[in-house]
Design a protein around this ligand. Structure first.
Ligand SMILES: [Ca+2]
Ligand SMILES: [Ca+2]
Length: 285
């Protein structure tokens, strides 16, 4: 049975309900921007001008509640196995998205989900909805994070803004990981925070930096040479690894910025990587 989701519109946002589970989206108005950073890592070069069409991006990371409401015996068993950090990255056979090794509640971002797990989740909600959902492309993600800024962060270049805008590594983190490079401030959260606990960026997006890293569609390439200029996903290169963005709760705060890139095998689950969705409304398909 095809369940018809309700859709509530305002000027710049949409709320989609699927089986009584609400997903909030901001309308990201299209434009062009310079992707990459001259002062960043080598893989953030060459800077290039990219055109982005308007799209809808989820205002928060997907929560545990949103993810778990669509797990059924047919489409997903509880997949065990997740990487966690303890004096280096280690693999646990017993950790999973219900138990990533630290305390979470239903409003925290889902973590310990692989890129492949997410494709299965998206296929399932797409089967329940007239609307379609997908991961953002890497270019869409950076465009949305920048929110028209050209600086390291959307508020400028001062990393001190992180404690009010993002759950990154901070004085809390040092309680568990004394050797971590951290902000010298207290954002209140050692691991993940409930989504939306910090200020949004000018496009209405919460936790675009920090909290959980966010998987994108794109295959990994170690530079932007020959990357698409139209905002589409780059589906050439090393597609056994996929790109994720934004920094996480435990990482060096310098990773929580607009142009920083990271990648992992598509089947890998980590306790600090989650995702947010792009919505393609039924009327535009
Ligand atoms: Ca923190
Ligand atoms: Ca995030």
């Amino acid at each position: 049975m095809l369940l018809v989701p309700t859709l509530v519109c305002s000027n710049d946002s949409l709320i989609v309900n699927i089986n009584d589970t609400a997903f909030n989206f901001s309308k990201i108005k299209g434009g062009t921007f310079y992707m990459g950073d001259l002062d960043g890592q080598q893989d953030e070069l060459p800077i290039r001008n990219v055109k982005i069409n308007s799209f809808y991006l989820q205002t928060t990371e997907v929560t545990i509640e949103q993810y778990s409401n669509f797990q059924t015996s047919e489409n997903n068993s509880l997949d065990n196995g997740c990487w966690y950090f303890e004096s280096g990255w280690k693999y646990s056979k017993v950790l999973n998205w219900k138990n990533p090794g630290y305390q979470q509640d239903e409003n925290h971002p889902i973590v310990c989900v692989s890129w492949i797990d997410i494709q299965r989740f998206i296929d399932h909600i797409n089967s329940l909805s007239k609307h379609q959902f997908r991961l953002p492309t890497e270019a869409e993600w950076e465009y949305a994070a920048r929110a028209n800024s050209t600086t390291t962060f959307y508020w400028g270049s001062d990393p001190k803004g992180l404690c009010t805008h993002a759950n990154a590594s901070d004085l809390q983190t040092l309680k568990r990981f004394p050797s971590f490079v951290s902000n010298q401030c207290d954002d209140g959260f050692l691991e993940t925070a409930p989504v939306g606990s910090f200020q949004s960026n000018p496009f209405g997006l919460y936790d675009i930096y920090g909290n959980a890293w966010e998987w994108t569609q794109d295959c990994w390439n170690d530079s932007y040479i020959n990357a698409p200029l139209d905002g589409s996903a780059w589906l050439a290169g090393d597609c056994s690894r996929r790109v994720f963005r934004g920094g996480g709760w435990g990482d060096n705060p310098k990773f929580a910025r607009s142009s920083l890139r990271n990648r992992a095998p598509s089947e890998q689950r980590k306790d600090d990587i989650g995702f947010r969705l792009v919505l393609i409304p039924h009327s535009s398909t």
